[in-house]
Design a protein around this ligand. Structure first.
Ligand code: NAD
Length: 309
């Protein structure tokens, strides 16, 4: 039986680090694709040469040709530009929409049964572009953001309470970034809501730090943005799909009436397994939580409305 095959488009920081995690876990053969000639080939060769030391047999290939991605089980899309000085958010939206449309069209044609995991920002809007370009059903178009946002939330909760991250669970809804909705009453340490363990002020401070988690890393790095935690988050989704683990993870999916929202990609908890989106986990929100969710969905809609037709 052949090993699973995962294509990672964009051999930059997030893409190459995700490829490394997938290969080193022996989870799948990895095809790394980039528009820059030599870059995916060089990184793939380097990753393959780590195999004997790390002890994995996964094949890692670098290419500029989508024919090499044929019959992938999963396609991870990390290709795109970071925001440059002088470039507006809307400029970035249009440029990355063009890139995501082109790469998803090319990759989906080679792997019509694959599951797409979108990473490129602005995340929720790029999921719309990917769904349109691929023609895939919503079960097979997933956005990675919630796993990262909740990992940041978990990190800060664990630090605050001096406990293991392993016993810390967080529940995050909504779009990626500023408008994400951390649900503290469902965020727990060993099953105890953090609202029972921390003051309202500390909870609010941790929620704020989580919302600005991406910007905090960018401000320190000065060039580029976070990639270790984003790549680890991609890995968690890939693993749950390939091993049909049916983890319950927050992912951006197209809502079809769930959470009182229709026709928009927004982050919600899903059961993620071999079919991609197996099921959306819906909970009843308080009036305030629903209002925050609606605001987050509204900001996704604003971006989607600006997408070129
Ligand atoms: N969803 C999230 O939570 C999350 C987290 C981190 C980063 N991101 C986003 O992921 C994307 C990648 O981040 P990064 O740090 O890896 O950036 P990076 O600049 O290191 O890598 C991007 C790569 O994409 C390649 N690329 C550009 N156009 C391409 C095309 N048409 N075809 C193939 N490859 C192409 C570039 O050559 C580059 O190697 C960015 O949009 C970033 O904002 C999202």
């Amino acid at each position: 039986m052949p090993r699973n095959k995962v294509t990672v488009i964009g051999a930059g920081n997030v893409g190459a680090t995700a490829a490394q995690r997938i290969a080193e876990a022996g989870l799948a053969d990895v095809v790394l694709v980039d528009i820059v000639e030599g870059l995916p080939q060089g990184k793939a060769l380097d990753l393959a040469e780590a195999g004997p030391v790390v002890g994995h047999d996964a094949r890692v290939t670098g290419t500029n040709d989508y024919a090499d991605t044929a019959d992938s089980d999963i396609i991870v899309v990390t290709s795109g530009l970071a925001r440059q000085p002088g470039m507006s958010r809307d400029d970035l939206l249009v440029k990355n929409a063009g890139i995501v449309k082109a790469v998803v069209s090319a990759a989906a044609a080679q792997s019509p049964n694959a599951i797409l995991i979108i990473v490129t920002n602005p995340l929720d809007a790029m999921c719309h572009v990917a769904m349109q370009a691929s023609g895939f059903p919503r079960e097979r178009v997933l956005g990675m953001a919630g796993v990262l946002d909740s990992a940041r939330f978990r990190t800060f909760i664990a630090w605050e309470l001096g406990v293991s991250v392993e016993d810390t669970h967080a529940f995050v809804l909504g779009g990626h970034g500023d408008t994400m909705v951390p649900l503290s009453r469902y965020s727990t340490v060993a099953g105890i809501p953090i609202t029972e363990l921390l003051s309202a002020e500390r909870v609010a401070a941790i929620e704020d730090r989580t919302r600005n988690g991406g910007a905090e890393v960018v401000a320190l790095l000065k060039t580029g943005s976070a990639y270790y935690a984003p790549a680890a988050s991609v890995f968690e989704m890939v693993e749950s799909i390939l091993l049909d683990r049916r983890r319950v993870l927050p992912c951006a999916v197209l809502l079809n009436g769930e959470y009182k929202t229709t026709g928009l990609f927004v982050g919600v908890p899903i059961v993620i397994g071999s079919n991609g989106l197996e099921r959306i986990v819906e909970i009843t929100l308080t009036t305030d939580e629903q209002a925050a969710f609606d605001k987050s969905a509204g900001s996704v809609k604003e971006l989607v409305d600006k997408l070129p037709g």
